[in-house]
Design a protein around this ligand. Structure first.
Ligand code: SF4
Ligand code: MSK
Length: 678
């Protein structure tokens, strides 16, 4: 506790700059834990956001540090640009060039993160297919065959004139090899681009943005944005588009498919969300990060009788597993493991004093976790070779698919052994909500599709008749520069109130779970009459949880299925649909935003965009991209206006499709029916 005293002293020095817990989050568990941290003298991201303000020039995307003659900073003149924009860096780079370079470097970072995750999955998949590991298996053979067909792999053979199913092991090896090849193949284009509606594929061809392989597009961004290379913001964003498509229709989509085949395609199941899922009398293990390669093994081991019995020998009643960030989404959608919290709650999970181990892999992990863990008994364990921490209280246990179960056992055992070391500083906030997760392209088809048609017919029908006004994908992070979860929840509630069904992933999914919006009962409370009727008839929540950040690819495929089912246009951009990231913070969000836009989706971000300092480039993202792909970027920090922009776009599309009148009729019919019932 010497460490705790030291941190307390430091925090006292800064006492004036601590966050106001109520202003920092809408979530009572988070408010309680921020106050608890402050009482213990431990700083959290909420306090640090008070103590350090962002750089206004960087925020607008107009600082270049791509060579040692800079950083060159190009602030907007007071009163805005009058006449010609004469701002330039030492080399002459304009604000548009600088903002475009920075923007596509963010895409490169985001696409690299998703795609490297995907590559890791593909490598483990191939090892499983070749039976080089006992820990990972091919679980969903129906999805294996479906994916093989998409990849053009034969799934049947002719034997003596008769057609027979091919050996699944052989198919799996071919799928693994072909998938892995997508990262570095020498020629051609990504295999999955053909999954898009034909008009969209044709737009990509015309614009010259079809990705050649995943790695190449990311590397090319780094080359083009090197000092003195690409100096045309239009050409720069063209490469940004190509790399983002390599993410959405490449690395992320492959990650989702291969994970589903290995770990099971999600189907709806019930769980709980928020810090209150942690239990005082259990060993609490929190898994945080992104890759299910790790978390799947931790789930398997911590649920084993051997480990539960072992926990009991140490005085615990059992093992409580919980997730943070997208790892939470992964194990929630496939196993119903509760979600402990969103991105901004990671430090707070340790500050409960009841976290016996936090196991992390890659992405969205605060380095400050190590400092917080020092104040408690918590074992912080890094597991990935590319993501280590310098602090000496962090254990590194490298996870390897060839001995994954042994690694997982070792880690879970460390957590159990640590249970007895808990101090008296335990405070678990008693807040949690019931949540249903595990929706996907397949389960939406099952719940909302026609039983006989096997398509999205019923969903389309309900959109056409106006009970469902439209579809929104609301996704993405928390950001400590705005009140935790406020915009997430306000945007989603405004959408469902207006009969827009919401598909959610990432930390928005966890925020909605914490708020009770992933329960079917929430339809009666929060939805407009049309959506409420559909949800109650089918028994689904108005907000469908589709998984983690890489699972945004499920939204692309669900939109494609809606197009295929007919009646709502010929391309994704024809649909009454919109995308949103109300509290974004990561580079991955920019990559996702760009591939949504390039797939025809009107996409609104909250907070700000790092393009405000380059109005011409900003305008290009908003208006010119729409001419090429039918989708466009927009920005609105106010959550209600943000949702209203999406609804206005949905209504515009309904009008273009000629189904705007149907909605008026349906709502009139509903009212008439209610009158009759009364
Ligand atoms: Fe400045 Fe040009 Fe160097 Fe960027 S590349 S830091 S704008 S000189
Ligand atoms: S975890 S990328 S904070 S959604 Fe995928 Fe959440 Fe954003 Fe990380």
């Amino acid at each position: 506790m010497a460490e705790l005293t030291k941190v307390k002293e430091k925090a006292e020095e800064k006492a004036a700059k601590l966050a106001d817990p109520i202003a920092a989050s809408i979530d009572p568990a988070t408010q309680q834990m921020i106050a608890r941290a402050q009482q213990l003298g431990i700083d959290t991201v909420f306090d640090r956001a008070e103590q350090m303000k962002p750089c206004a020039i960087g925020l607008q995307g107009i600082c270049c540090k791509n060579c040692a003659m800079g950083p060159c900073r190009l602030p907007l003149p007071k009163g805005g640009i009058q006449g010609e924009d004469t701002r330039k860096g030492l080399c002459g780079a304009t604000a548009n060039t600088i903002a475009a370079r920075n923007f596509i470097r963010m895409i490169a970072g985001g696409a690299a993160a998703h795609s490297d995750h995907g590559r890791g999955v593909a490598e483990v998949f191939l090892a499983a297919a070749r039976k080089e590991t006992d820990a990972y298996k091919i679980k969903d053979t129906a999805k294996l065959v479906a994916v093989a067909k998409v990849m053009g792999i034969a799934t049947t053979v002719e034997v003596d004139g008769a057609t027979q199913d091919r050996n699944l092991d052989e198919i799996a090896v071919e799928v693994g090899e072909l998938a892995l090849n997508e990262w570095g193949k020498a020629s051609g284009e990504l295999l999955y681009l053909k999954r898009a509606p034909q008009p969209l594929y044709d737009k990509w061809t015309k614009a010259g943005v079809k990705p050649r392989n995943i790695d190449r597009e990311i590397v090319e961004i780094m080359h083009r944005t090197h000092m003195g290379v690409d100096q045309d913001y239009k050409n720069l964003i063209k490469q940004g588009t190509r790399a983002s498509l390599a993410d959405g229709w490449g690395g992320s989509m492959l990650a989702t498919d291969l994970q589903d085949i290995m770990f099971g395609t999600p189907y709806p199941l019930q769980s709980e969300a928020n810090l209150g899922i942690m239990k005082q009398d259990h060993v609490n293990i929190i898994v945080h990060g992104h890759e299910p390669i790790l978390s799947e093994m931790i789930v398997a081991v911590s649920q084993s009788k051997e480990m539960v019995d072992y926990a009991k020998t140490k005085g615990a009643k059992g093992i409580q597993l919980g997730g943070i960030c997208c790892t939470a989404n992964e194990i929630f959608q496939r196993h119903g493991v509760p979600q402990a919290g969103t991105f901004l709650q990671q430090e707070l999970a340790i500050i409960t004093g009841a976290c016996d181990a936090m196991i992390v892999d890659v992405q969205c992990i605060f380095q400050n976790l190590a400092n917080v863990a020092k104040c408690f008994h918590t074992k912080l364990i890094t597991t990935h070779p590319i993501a280590r921490m310098e602090q000496d209280n962090v254990l590194h246990i490298e996870f390897d698919e060839h001995h994954a179960l042994e690694d997982a056992k070792r880690i879970v055992k460390i957590a159990i052994d640590n249970f007895q070391n808990r101090g008296s500083e335990v405070m678990i906030p008693q807040y949690k909500a019931t949540a249903i997760g595990g929706f996907g392209v397949e389960s939406i088809e099952y719940h909302l599709g026609g039983t006989f048609r096997g398509t999205y017919y019923t969903l389309n029908d309900n959109i056409i008749n106006g009970r469902i006004r439209g579809i929104a994908g609301v996704v993405g992070c928390n950001n400590a520069r705005t009140r935790h979860n406020e915009a997430h929840i306000a945007v989603v509630k405004e959408l469902i109130k207006n009969d827009v069904i919401v598909l959610t992933t990432g930390c928005n999914g966890i925020a909605c779970a914490m708020e009770g919006l992933l329960s079917p009962e929430s339809a009666a409370v929060f939805c407009g009459p049309g959506l409420k009727e559909v949800c109650e008839t089918v028994g689904i929540p108005p907000v469908l949880h589709l998984g983690s950040c890489v699972d945004n690819s499920r939204i692309l495929l669900a939109a494609t299925e809606v197009v295929k089912a007919g009646g709502l246009g010929k391309d994704i951009c024809d649909l009454p649909a919109a995308g949103s990231a109300p509290e974004w913070m990561s580079e991955k969000a920019i990559s996702i935003g760009q591939y949504f836009v390039a797939s025809g989706v009107y996409t609104v971000f909250g907070l700000h965009l790092p393009t405000a300092g380059a109005p011409v480039f900003h305008d290009y993202l908003s208006n010119e991209l729409e001419k090429q792909f039918g989708g466009k970027w927009d920005l609105e920090a106010d959550p209600i206006k943000h949702a209203q922009l999406m609804i206005a776009h949905i209504d515009k599309k309904r009008k273009e499709l000629g189904i705007d009148k149907a909605r008026d009729r349906v709502l009139m019919d509903m009212a008439d029916r209610q009158k009759l019932e009364a």
